[in-house]
Design a protein around this ligand. Structure first.
Ligand code: NZQ
Ligand code: ZN
Length: 384
């Protein structure tokens, strides 16, 4: 196992009716900016609950943070923060709102254009504190220090992380997920599953506990994911999915082990260029990436086949093939496509994606940094 630091300061307020407790974790004299997305938080009454829980505090609202949040929109929120001397941010929504709010927290304390710092992943000196009411179990953003923002002017979607961006607290109320459209439930399950894969399907370093945690999260998502599609108000199922998505990307299974993240990095280009949902990009890319990277990932692919898919018979290569096929079937069972062509994009997309990877200096990538231009092209060609 590699050396590691483990640090996760986010308080989780889990369960039904926990929004009422947020007041205990925000200073009584805070000036709060509540951020939200396209309107679901308003429509389903979550914003009213949040306002009630904030009591007499001075509050402002900033809505309209779009899916895959945009730099330009978020900079408008930064102006609101500065004009109104906001000193606490409260994100109400899915990963896009939470990520966008992390960006606002950073940009509000930065003089000048923050994008160069953000895109080069340089550290922050300061950020505003933020809390979160999560309404979509998927990204893990509620308990991590990562934020992904899109700069539409540059065609760049990029992830950033800084320890100052951990939320102070996150409300995870499974009942808040009941109103999700079925596509977003599916996206969330697949995104969380692939977060685990990015940290697990690499090469063995005797990370036994991390492996067992990872396998437990994947098995839970495999069992509960399909139920969540058909039984939207099943509290037990939604609880299992919510907590799985959080544990998949709160740092716990990442420590001490190699990590891949190539599927995500290529996937972000598909979203930046074509607006494809984040999880959908991953479902398209992962099966092909596993095929192309099967030699380097051999030992872990065999472990994955046995422990997650119960594939016990056949020679090594046929067990790996079967595990990749099962993975693809699971994404399709959840209603996602697993080939880019199936979404109607022309084959020239492959060249555009490769150009983006080069333009933003993203190659080589993967746990061994062995995905170069040619390999990325092979992955994309197989994914088409
Ligand atoms: O905008 P509103 O009206 O709120 O509607 C949203 C949006 O249309 C809707 N929604 C959310 N909660 C709802 C709801 N509708 C009904 N009822 C509810 N309870 O769902 C739609 C999708 O929301 P979004 O926040 O975009 O989805 P998700 O949580 O999947 O977040 C995706 C973003 O997170 C980034 C992705 O790249 C993408 O930009 N990621 C962030 C990560 C992180 N911070 O660690 C890691 C991930 O790998 C990912 O990259
Ligand atoms: Zn993801």
């Amino acid at each position: 196992m590699f050396n590691f630091d483990f640090y996760n300061p986010t308080r989780v307020l889990f369960g039904a009716n926990r929004i009422g407790d947020i007041g205990k974790h925000i200073p009584a004299n805070a000036r709060v900016l509540i951020t939200y997305g396209g309107g679901s938080a308003k429509k389903y009454g979550t914003l009213d609950e949040v306002q009630a829980a904030l009591g007499d505090r001075v509050t402002f609202e900033f809505g309209g943070i779009e899916v895959n949040p945009h730099f330009d929109t978020l900079m408008k929120a930064v102006e609101v923060v500065k004009e109104n001397k906001i000193d606490f941010l409260l994100a109400v929504g899915g990963g896009s709102v939470v990520d966008g709010t992390k960006f606002i927290a950073a940009a509000a304390c930065y003089e000048g254009d923050i994008w160069p710092l953000w895109s080069k992943r340089q550290p922050l000196a300061r950020a505003l504190p933020l809390g979160c009411v999560m309404t979509l179990p998927a990204t893990g953003s509620e308990t991590n220090h990562v934020a992904v923002v899109t700069h539409t002017g540059l065609g760049q979607k990029t992830g950033y992380s800084d320890p100052l961006l951990f939320p102070k607290f996150s409300v995870l109320d499974p009942t808040k997920t009941y109103t999700l459209p079925v596509t977003q439930v599916a996206n969330g399950v697949v995104d969380a599953f692939i977060h685990v894969i990015e940290q697990y399907l690499t090469y063995p370093v005797y990370g036994k506990v991390q492996d067992r945690f990872a396998e437990g999260i994947m098995l839970t998502l495999l069992e509960e994911g399909p139920k969540a599609l058909h039984d939207p108000e099943n509290y037990d199922v939604r609880s299992a999915i919510t907590w799985s998505a959080t544990l998949a990307l709160n740092g716990l299974i990442a420590v001490g082990v190699p990590q891949d993240w190539a599927t995500h990095r290529i996937g972000h280009q598909l979203t930046a260029l074509y607006g494809i949902d984040h999880a959908q990009t991953l479902a398209i890319l992962l099966p092909s990436l596993l095929q192309v990277q099967r030699d380097g990932k051999r030992q872990k692919l065999l472990q994955y086949a046995e422990r997650v898919w119960n594939i016990q018979t056949g020679d090594e290569d046929s067990r790996i093939d079967a595990a990749i096929a099962k993975t693809r079937e699971f994404f399709e069972l959840m209603g996602l496509k697993t080939q880019l062509g199936a979404l109607g994009h022309p084959k020239t997309a492959i060249d555009d994606i490769l150009e983006n990877l080069q333009r933003f200096d993203m190659l080589p990538m993967g746990e061994r940094e062995d995905i170069d231009f040619d390999r990325a092209k092979t992955i994309l060609t197989l994914s088409y």
